[in-house]
Design a protein around this ligand. Structure first.
Ligand SMILES: [Zn+2]
Ligand SMILES: [Zn+2]
Length: 187
């Protein structure tokens, strides 16, 4: 592999016609505004950096790299904010085609294959980062696996405090227990 060229892409837009021929490397810093993650549980983007190696074959760009991110999220049990970090592999191809070729190519387009008309220079990395990042996230954020959550009666965070609230006995497990007790002849 030849000399690495290094470029900073601050806006999240890759300007294809400015990429050097051959292989180059770009780092892209994405912000809250760039990612627009649009989720009440995601409180903020602390860091989201794409490190990309781009092979420029004139009208075809092969992009590989990773997305390192760190988010401030809300625990779905105790509602505390905490930080989660992860790293994702990213790989896709951008192909520039003549208008007449685009409709044909559209039929076998996939999420790893993007088609743009020849002459269109700005490739937006933000929706790709947003989509991949959202897909990688768990359905529920937990500050820790054994998070004890909030007391449903007084709202105290049971990870850091205790209370004397009685739990509702409408819970099915309690009903089962009561039935068992009846069967055993108790009262
Ligand atoms: Zn929690
Ligand atoms: Zn309580």
């Amino acid at each position: 592999m030849g000399e690495w060229q290094y470029s900073q892409v601050l806006t999240g837009i890759l300007t294809l016609n400015r990429l050097p021929a051959g292989t180059s490397k770009s780092t892209v810093d994405l912000t809250d505004e760039d990612l627009e993650l649009g989720s009440a549980e995601i409180l903020g983007v602390r860091r989201c950096v794409l490190t990309l190696v781009i092979e420029n074959h004139e009208n075809e760009f092969i992009v590989r790299g990773e997305c390192d991110f760190s988010l401030t999220v809300e625990c779905s049990r105790c509602l505390d904010a905490f930080e989660m970090s992860d790293s994702l592999d990213i790989a896709f191809v951008v192909k520039l085609l003549r208008a007449s070729e685009i409709s044909a190519a559209g039929e076998d387009s996939s999420e790893d294959f993007y088609v743009m008309p020849i002459g269109a220079d700005d490739f937006d990395l933000r929706p790709i980062a947003r989509e991949r990042l959202l897909l990688s996230l768990p359905l529920k954020f937990l500050c820790k696996e054994e998070c004890r959550g909030l007391c449903p009666v007084c709202g105290i965070n049971k990870n850091s405090g205790t209370c004397d609230c009685r739990q509702e006995t409408s819970d099915e497990r309690w009903a089962e227990l009561a039935k068992l007790r009846d069967q055993m002849g108790g009262n």
